[in-house]
Write a protein that binds this ligand. Structure first.
Ligand SMILES: Nc1ncnc2c1ncn2[C@@H]1O[C@H](COP(=O)(O)OP(=O)(O)OP(=O)(O)O)[C@@H](O)[C@H]1O
Ligand SMILES: [Mg+2]
Length: 267
């Protein structure tokens, strides 16, 4: 099981869209995917119409009861190979409740060990703020996708996130590999082109070579509650996320297409 985190300390940069689209792309490839909604706003949970009914089990329960089996908090979505551990508004109270309690940064990592055999991939959607939830996600992750909206203000969010990352990496056995993903790119606007040039200049070592374009079909997909790669596989946005998944699989050495390409080279 591989755990991929999608995080940035900036709101509205396409984090939830990235989780939904990559999860669907992996599911389409026959992988069993668990999505975890760590954002108290619960956009990912809402996307799949699995909103809190008040008593519903959510990822919040993990932080209340360390003995709880994570499997009891997971629900199947209406799509094949896609499961969800929903969010709850109460997640917003965790930072105040837990404060600096030791050991609370690895609650999620420990919980995921118990469901390791049930899934091939776990994709975690983070809130846009640094706190106990983001710390838990980064401690549990094998890889970080860092969506950055291609506009000037969003670049500031990236710098903040990189500081957080270097702090968290000190507490990890190995630093978390990460890839910056330029999102909401609109080649017609100077703001988008300038932001991309800045990323290429300053962060080329960790920058994905492609972009996620602005695609209005994401809005239609979210309204329908269907991931865009499943609703409209040929949409520009869906194809871009398909390529992103290819790249991340290459990065982790798990891309079967890459393996077959390489083995061909030896024939
Ligand atoms: N590539 C795209 N093209 C067009 N619209 C997009 C794209 N990516 C995301 N959006 C839209 O932009 C809005 C914000 O995206 P999303 O919810 O994925 O961001 P987020 O980073 O998760 O936000 P938050 O920090 O509030 O959780 C949504 O309405 C989404 O449908
Ligand atoms: Mg979100």
């Amino acid at each position: 099981m591989q755990t991929w985190i999608v995080a940035n300390q900036k709101g509205g940069v396409g984090k939830t869209t990235t989780v939904v689209s990559m999860a669907a792309s992996l599911a389409q490839r026959g992988q069993r995917v668990l999505m975890i909604d760590l954002d108290p706003h619960g956009s990912l949970t809402t996307y799949f119409s699995m909103d809190e009914s008040g008593l519903q089990a959510s990822v919040y329960n993990l932080f209340q009861d360390a003995e709880l089996h994570a499997g009891s908090l997971i629900s199947a979505t209406r799509f094949g190979n896609l499961w969800l551990m929903p969010s709850a508004a109460a997640l917003a109270t965790l930072d105040r409740q837990l404060g600096a309690q030791l050991g609370k940064g690895t609650v999620l990592r420990q919980a995921l060990v118990k469901v390791r055999d049930g899934f091939d991939y776990v994709l975690i959607d983070c809130p846009p703020t640094l706190g106990i939830l983001m710390i838990n996600a980064l401690a549990a992750g094998d890889l970080l996708a860092l969506p950055v909206q291609t506009e000037f203000l969003a670049l500031k969010g990236l710098e903040r996130m990189l500081v957080t990352l270097s702090m968290i990496n000190k507490a990890r056995v190995t630093p978390i590999p990460f890839m910056i993903v330029p999102t909401l790119f609109d080649r017609r606007t100077k703001a988008s082109r300038d932001a991309l040039s800045y990323l290429q200049e300053k962060h080329s070592a960790h920058l994905w070579e492609l972009i996620i374009p602005v695609d209005t079909q994401f809005r239609d997909a979210s309204k329908a509650g269907i991931p865009l790669p499943l609703l409209q596989p040929s949409a520009r946005g869906a194809l871009a996320y398909e390529s992103l998944v290819d790249t991340l699989l290459d990065m982790t050495g798990l891309n079967p297409y890459q393996v077959s390409k390489e083995s061909k080279a030896y024939e």
